[in-house]
Ligand binder design. Structure first.
Ligand code: NDP
Length: 285
C-alpha cells in the first residue's frame, strides 16, 4: 500500500481563503481583526515563527502588530504590555511567543492574557473550556490536526486513536479533541513500555514527540491514518518529523508529510482563532 498524502499546504490555502473572506465581511462593518504578537529576546527560531505569523496575517486581511522587546525586559513590564493589549479594542488576539527568557514566569504571562483574546489557546481557561466542551480557543497545532482528519472524511466515532506525547500544547489537547469526537483514545509517553503494542492497534496515530524516526512501519496498522507533528532535523539539517516517512508510507492509509503537513496548519489555525475572536468581539457570531 502507498499512503495518500494529507497536504497541509493545500488545506491551509482553503482555510486561509475562508479567513480572508470573513475578515473582509468584518471590515465592511468597520472592524479590522487584529493580532498582537509579542516577542521578547533574540531567539532565532522564535524570530522566524513570529515573522511567518505576521506575514500570514497580512496576506489574509488581518491587521497585526509585532512588539519586539530586548531579552532584559522585566516580567512586570511584559505584564503591563499584556494588560494594555487586553484593553486595546483594535486587538482581538494576543500571542506571546514562547520560550520567554528564564527570568520571566511564562505561566504568569499566559495567565495574564484575557481568555477572550487567548488565540494560542494556552490559558488555563482555554484548557478548561476544551476539557469541558465549552466555547473557548483550542491550541492551534492539535486543532490543525483535527482539521486535517476532517478534510479526509475520517470518522472518529468508535475508532482507536493513539497520541504519542502528553505536552500541554500538543499531546493532551489532541487527546481531548479526539475524545470529543468519540474516538477511544490512548495517550503514550516516555514511560510507556512497548509503544508499538499500542500504536499497532491504532486507526489513527498522532506522533508529537520530537524524535526522528520514532514511529516505524512495523508499529503501524495497515491502512491507519498517521499525523506527524514532530519537527526535527536530520544529519543534513533538513526538516523531518517523528515518523519514518518512507517506511510508514508503505503501510498507512493516509499520512502527513514534513514539511508541508501540520506545520502550515498551525499558523492557519492561529488565523482562524483570531478571526473567531474578532467576530465574537463584534457580536458577529
Ligand atoms: P514536548 O517535549 O513538550 O513533549 C514531548 C512528549 O513526547 C512528552 O510527553 C514526552 O513524554 C514524549 N516522549 C518523549 N520520548 C518518548 C518516547 N521515547 N516514547 C514516547 N513518548 C515520548 O514537545 P511538544 O509537545 O511541544 O512538541 C512535540 C514535537 O512537535 C516537537 O518535535 C515539536 O517541535 C513539534 N511541534 C510542532 C509544531 C508544528 O507546528 N508542526 C507545533 C508544536 C510542536 P514525557 O511527558 O514522559 O516526557
Amino acid at each position: 500500500m502507498t499512503a495518500q498524502l494529507i497536504d497541509g499546504n493545500a488545506l491551509s490555502r482553503t482555510l486561509r481563503a475562508e479567513v480572508a473572506t470573513r475578515a473582509a465581511a468584518l471590515e465592511a462593518r468597520g472592524v479590522v481583526p487584529g493580532l498582537a504578537v509579542v516577542l521578547v529576546g533574540e531567539n532565532p527560531a522564535s524570530q522566524v515563527y513570529v515573522r511567518n505569523k505576521v506575514k500570514a496575517c497580512e496576506d489574509n486581511g488581518l491587521h497585526s502588530v509585532l512588539e519586539k522587546y530586548p531579552a532584559e525586559l522585566s516580567e512586570a513590564e511584559l505584564l503591563a504590555r499584556v494588560d494594555a493589549l487586553n484593553k486595546d479594542p483594535a486587538i482581538h488576539g494576543i500571542l506571546v511567543q514562547l520560550p520567554l527568557p528564564p527570568h520571566i514566569d511564562a505561566h504568569k504571562v499566559i495567565e495574564a492574557i484575557a481568555p477572550a483574546k487567548d488565540v494560542d489557546g494556552f490559558h488555563v481557561a482555554s484548557a478548561g473550556a476544551l476539557m469541558t466542551g465549552s466555547p473557548g480557543f483550542w491550541p492551534c497545532t492539535p486543532y490543525g490536526c483535527m482539521k486535517m482528519l476532517e478534510s479526509i472524511g475520517c470518522e472518529l466515532r468508535g475508532k482507536h486513536a493513539v497520541v504519542i506525547g502528553r505536552s500541554n500544547i500538543v499531546g493532551k489537547p489532541m487527546a481531548l479533541m479526539l475524545l470529543a469526537k468519540n474516538a477511544t483514545v490512548t495517550i503514550c509517553h516516555s514511560a510507556t513500555p512497548d509503544l508499538g503494542a499500542f500504536t499497532r492497534q491504532a486507526d489513527v496515530v498522532v506522533a508529537a514527540v520530537g524524535k526522528r524516526n520514532m514511529l516505524t512501519a512495523d508499529m503501524v496498522k495497515p491502512g491507519a491514518v498517521v499525523i506527524d507533528v514532530g519537527m526535527n532535523r536530520n544529519e543534513e539539517g533538513k526538516l523531518c518529523g517523528d515518523v519514518d516517512f518512507a517506511g510508514v508510507c508503505e503501510v498507512a492509509g493516509w499520512i502527513t508529510p514534513v514539511p508541508g503537513g501540520v506545520g502550515p496548519m498551525t499558523i492557519t489555525m492561529l488565523l482562524v482563532n483570531t478571526i473567531e475572536a474578532a467576530e465574537r468581539a463584534a457580536g458577529a457570531t
